[in-house]
Design a protein around this ligand. Structure first.
Ligand code: ADP
Ligand code: ADP
Length: 220
């Protein structure tokens, strides 16, 4: 049973733009799936439908058993600039109604996972772009997601930081048995990171290919 199935989905904006049509996509548990396509092909729109922020005009987004816990990471980290790293990471847990001790423990664990142990009291303004992105990933991880949705998360970072985060994310996803749907317009990044690439084409947006990538023990 797939974790997620997008079935024959269409989305037309009130402006008249047909952003998606006939989109079919199954996401399997444990895979690292890149959604690859040029700007404007409908990747973000598809992600918003999966997040439930918008409804499709036709077709359906279906969940395997239960709807999994979802973590989301965007290109803009949207952190509270003057709140500590710890408070930023713990905020969603607070909104979920978790108690103080419980959410601090989960937040600290997530901060350690992304290599920011020791920076709990720092505020985002003091951190580099790469570190702020790690805070944003920690915030998503603190909620113990089963499915991580990432919309061009590293696009604004310099190439070296981006490569480093690609490596860290890949190891994290593998170690935590996470399912990842990673939106990118970088062929390089999709090949480097994923276990499968779903290629999207524009006007209207649709999935035109599904390419499994075999990973060897010596390769990434
Ligand atoms: P991508 O993420 O691949 O760059 P988007 O999903 O953002 O693509 O956009 C797909 C198409 O839908 C584009 O033509 C874009 O201009 C259009 N679009 C996206 N959001 C809206 C909106 N809220 N209203 C009207 N058109 C939109
Ligand atoms: P960049 O985004 O500048 O490439 P990274 O986020 O990859 O930097 O951070 C590289 C390392 O440098 C981090 O692991 C961290 O230990 C250190 N570092 C970066 N910025 C700061 C800072 N503002 N204060 C302390 N250490 C930092």
């Amino acid at each position: 049973l797939s974790l997620l199935k997008v079935r024959d989905v269409a989305r037309r904006f009130s402006s008249g733009t047909l952003a998606l049509q006939g989109v079919d996509l199954a996401v399997e548990r444990g895979e690292f799936l890149s959604l690859l396509g040029p700007s404007g092909c409908g990747k973000s729109t598809l992600l918003r439908l999966i997040m439930g922020l918008e409804a499709p005009d036709a077709g359906a987004v279906e969940w395997g058993r239960l709807r999994p816990r979802i973590g989301v990471v965007f290109q803009e980290p949207t952190l509270m600039p003057w709140a500590s790293v710890l408070d930023n990471v713990a905020l969603p847990l607070r909104l979920q109604g978790q108690g103080r001790d419980e959410r601090q423990r989960a937040a600290r664990a997530a901060i350690d996972l992304v290599g920011l142990g020791g920076f709990e009291r720092a505020v985002p303004r003091e951190l580099s772009g790469g570190m702020r992105m790690r805070v944003s990933i920690a915030r998503a991880f603190a909620g113990k997601p089963e499915l991580l949705l990432m919309d061009e998360p590293f696009a604004a970072l310099d190439e070296i930081t981006r490569l480093r985060l690609d490596d860290e994310l890949q190891a994290l996803a593998r170690d935590q048995g996470l399912t990842v749907l990673f939106v990118t317009h970088s062929v390089f990044e999709s090949v480097y990171l994923s276990t499968r690439i779903a290629v999207m084409s524009p006007r209207p947006g649709r999935i035109t290919a599904s390419l499994p990538i075999e990973r060897t023990a010596t390769g990434a």
